[in-house]
Ligand binder design. Structure first.
Ligand SMILES: [Zn+2]
Length: 350
């Protein structure tokens, strides 16, 4: 199903490109700018089974995007400036803002050098448990467990065994488990993943230290004039399934910790997962109450002047590893693709 969806999206993006429709749609759907969402930036690995591949782009694709934006005269700005333009209604020039979630070390090793080539500012959203080295990147642990096992035993709901012998079976099992696990409250997710990792010999405690920057690494990174640091909560839990007290604590404690260690104000937030099932009106209000000046979701969309009234529910445009084709760049910046996904609604903040 997921493969089918990817194929349809890719076909849609190609159709928009080859028909030229994105050029006609640009004045209507391009909005005043775009906030791009990235996760890993690194050269592609060669494993056949890469279920998290949508969360990574190659440095060269990032470079092509920056070349495209510069050639169009689109301003590349940080989130402070996005906030200023929205509240002052300064829409004389279109903008793009780059945001990178989770705090991966490859952001320093591969994204930062490319961003420097273009003198392009960007925002890194730090999950404090990841910087502490105590977080759990369960989607990667799940990938590792499935990659090495011919079958996976699951205990969520009715216990059953999923075949994971072939790449296709691995992908299907991953999609099914990922969907289920993501909807669990943090304590239940941790319990399931601890069991699963133990059964399949995955040391999930080391994943975060292997992939994410520690505080000592974040200090010099944060000091780079191109970098803004924002919060991506404490534990990277699905906020929408946590109780209210825990949501407040995730949003305030992460901010306080980053400000304390990195000695800079933290006024921007990215909701973990950030889709409709993980961030809704309650979370938008919490972010507001916690004092964030902006908060970004993963709801697809361009930024429109109306978003000034919903600063803690800003949409983003994913630079998705499954669609790394330079020809789609004008489609992404035209807003035509996200408009289609949104059923041609301009603002989605409910
Ligand atoms: Zn994240």
């Amino acid at each position: 199903m997921k493969q089918f969806r990817n194929t349809v999206i890719r076909a849609g993006l190609s159709a928009l490109y080859f028909s030229g429709a994105h050029v006609l749609l640009r004045p209507i759907f391009a909005g005043v700018g775009a906030i791009f969402m990235l996760h890993h930036v690194r050269p592609r690995g060669d494993a056949a089974f890469q279920p998290n591949h949508h969360l990574e782009i190659a440095p060269e694709f990032l470079r092509q995007m920056l070349i495209h934006l510069r050639s169009r005269g689109i301003d590349i700005i940080g989130m402070d400036e996005v906030h200023r333009r929205l509240i002052e209604r300064d829409f004389s020039r279109r903008f793009a803002s780059f945001t990178l979630d989770d705090g991966y070390r490859d952001n320093r090793d591969f994204a930062l050098p490319v961003m420097r080539e273009f003198d392009a500012p960007f925002t890194l959203f730090v999950t404090t448990d990841f910087a502490d080295g105590t977080g759990r990147l369960w989607w990667i642990a799940l990938e590792m467990a499935i990659a090495r096992a011919p079958s996976i035993e699951i205990t969520i709901g009715t216990p059953c065994r999923l075949d994971t012998a072939t790449t296709a079976a691995k992908q299907a099992a991953f999609d099914r488990l990922h969907e289920t696990l993501r909807g669990l409250p943090e304590y239940a997710l941790r319990r399931e993943m601890t069991d699963l990792c133990a059964r399949h010999g995955v040391d999930d405690a080391t994943i975060c230290r292997n992939l994410c920057m520690s505080w000592d690494e974040l200090k010099p990174f944060a000091a780079d004039p191109l970098v803004t640091i924002g919060s991506h909560a404490v534990s990277h839990c699905n906020l929408a399934v946590q109780d209210e007290e825990s949501v407040t604590s995730e949003l305030t404690a992460s901010r306080a910790r980053i400000e304390d260690v990195l000695q800079r104000p933290v006024v921007h937030l990215a909701y973990p997962y950030g889709d409709r099932a993980a961030a809704g009106p309650r979370e938008f209000a919490s972010a507001d109450a916690a004092g964030y000046s902006t908060a970004v979701t993963t709801r697809p969309g361009m930024v429109f002047p109306e978003n000034a009234g919903h600063l803690t529910a800003l949409p983003r445009v994913s630079l998705n590893g499954n669609y790394q084709d330079a020809r789609i760049l004008p489609v992404l910046t035209s807003g035509a693709a996200t408009a289609m996904w949104n059923g041609f609604r301009r603002v989605d903040a409910a």
